[in-house]
Design a protein around this ligand. Sequence first.
Ligand code: ZN
Ligand code: ZN
Ligand code: FE
Length: 738
Amino acid sequence: MQGVGFRPFVYNLAERLKLAGQILNNKLGVTIEIEGDEKVCMKFLDLLKNEAPPLARIADISAVKVEVKNERKFVILESDSTGDDVALISPDNDLCGNCLAELLDLDDRRYRYPFINCTDCGPRYTIINGTPYDRPFTSMKDFTMCGDCRAEYEDPKNRRFHAQPNACPVCGPSLILMNGEGEKEESPDPVKEVMRHISEGKIVAIKGLGGYHLACDATNETAVNLLRERKFRKAKPFAIMSKDVASIREFAEVNEQEERLLTSREKPIVLLQKKRNTFIAGSIAPGLNEYGVFLPYTPVHHLMFAETSSPAAIVMTSGNISDEPIVFEEEALMERLGGIADYYLSNNRPIVWRCDDSVVKIFGDKTMIARRSRGWVPSPVFIEKKSPPLLACGGDLKSVFSLARGNTVFPGPHIGDLENAEAFNSFQRSISHFKKIFGIEPELVAVDSHPGYFSSNYGRSLGLPIIEIQHHHAHIASVMLENKLNGEVIGLAMDGAGFGPDSTVWGGEALLCSMKEYKRKFHLPLLKLPGGDIAAKEPWRTAVALLYSEFGDRLYDKHPSFVNSIGESKVKNMIAMIKNGINTPLSSSAGRLFDAISSILMICHHNRYEGEAPILLQAIADSTITGSYSFETGKTGEISFPGMLAEILKIRHEPARASALFHNTIATAMAECCISARKESGVADVCLGGGTFQNSLLLARLYERLELEGFNVYLPRQLPVNDGGLSLGQVAIALAGT
Ligand code: ZN
Ligand code: ZN
Ligand code: FE
């Protein structure tokens, strides 16, 4: 990978061992020639693997013997950017320990300098315009290094050797403080000023690596509510940043693995179990058991938390209005964030590409990535089979495309919901950018078979050979590829919605599949979705349909409190729609079933953000409750739950119990599907894919059960289980056909 300090490391290692030779960067990687005593050469190889700099990720080393050249010293040769291999670019990095020490050292020339960085840290992907990764191709091109910086940059022994964003207060970028009108305010110490505003309950937009964050005091209920109001974000949880792990433990549970994730170089947002009755504002994550928490990763963040006025936790949420992509360009700043922030902490180092924070959690002993962006993008996923130049367009929600060639797949950044015009624009621009920086011109395009997806129609419009791929098959193929499973597997694909080939909406599927093909063996019950897509936003609609299908007109007597809370006339209208078959598509979606139960239990009638009803349903469940309701599988493979609804209604005043029993039932039923599928096929590998598996209670129950039954259970490792992982699955299926 370029820009991770590998060459100076090798240079210094060779010097240390008194070996002669040379090192050359090329697109394929690095070629090193060393000359000296054989034992010392072997030691060099050993140390190469074990002492590599923190950001270097060595995919493979191969060594061959060459003729002795009687060289005297070790030299670093000019980069060779010819040849058509794919160059690797480093993701953006958090501040390293050495730079942090300098940042806080009164005697250092970069004391409190907010843009301090070195070969082991700092921005990469978000400042790169083109390759090779050299200063003229980054947004640092307009800053000319001063003598001191230049000397560091040119000295192979210095840890800033060839650090492209190298800068100091004399020659580098600087902070810009602006008021709510976007007018510059002179300040000797903008960070100090900003922290004073935050501690007084103000909202500040802060420029980070991949875009702006909106920040406020996470312990101040009024400030958090004000931010919700201005951002048009009613209930979706806000991420919070805290100074260190000890501070986080004041309000959330952190186990060893979670600590490892929090402090990892990627510095993702980690989902952590809430502690009860802490100083965190209740409106940060209403109704949930979790907080999304991360640690400071830029010099500015560290300076913020070094202030004595700093609150114990600060909201750091994406700088955007509701569902728009994160704002990263100065030109769009006032237009898009004007009126939201009271102050702006900007700077004059342009962000070339937006990149959101990544989100991860620990499940059992595994890391699950919910959003793969900053810290990972644009690192590749390596695959066994060679790919032709290929673009996979992913899906429309949580959009992530992938570009592949040879043994590498480059999943793009998290883009969001393509229904949003700005997000769709970002999708197209990011694809062009990836094509350019990796030099991949697609010859083949893989799309979701949905006729109306923006991503699919974009792919179809390119005039290239197209492969249409079923949504849930792609979910499973993504997990297969990551786990190197090339034969047949049982795939449980559970999510909100995906286009089914039979004109119903799929989303609760047990498939028997290979990379090449799939057979649908079982699926969740077909629910009526009055209003189609609107049902995904209004769970009460599916709830009415479910209650009506079970009880007919008796539903008014069966569940009067539900009818009252919705309004009798609205319920009647919905029933009329169902009876007359007006815009009432059928769906086997797990998401909609969870929606309906959440609404029936009076937990959530309207989704204020995607998946709110199922998320709240899970949050309320008492996970100590065992047992489940009965289910049957029909000849067509449709699973049904006779009597479950009546039982749930009986205990509707104990939603924690009802929810747990419902979760247990779904898990048991899906496990039973796997057992049937194994009986028929002999296949014992089960892959789990689809956004419903972000539900950790369902996942835990199902996982336990499947392991107990002797299945090998697989989850994705590097990509999200939700639609963010679709494009990798599309690559896998496209390759199986080539
Ligand atoms: Zn550093
Ligand atoms: Zn300088
Ligand atoms: Fe999906």
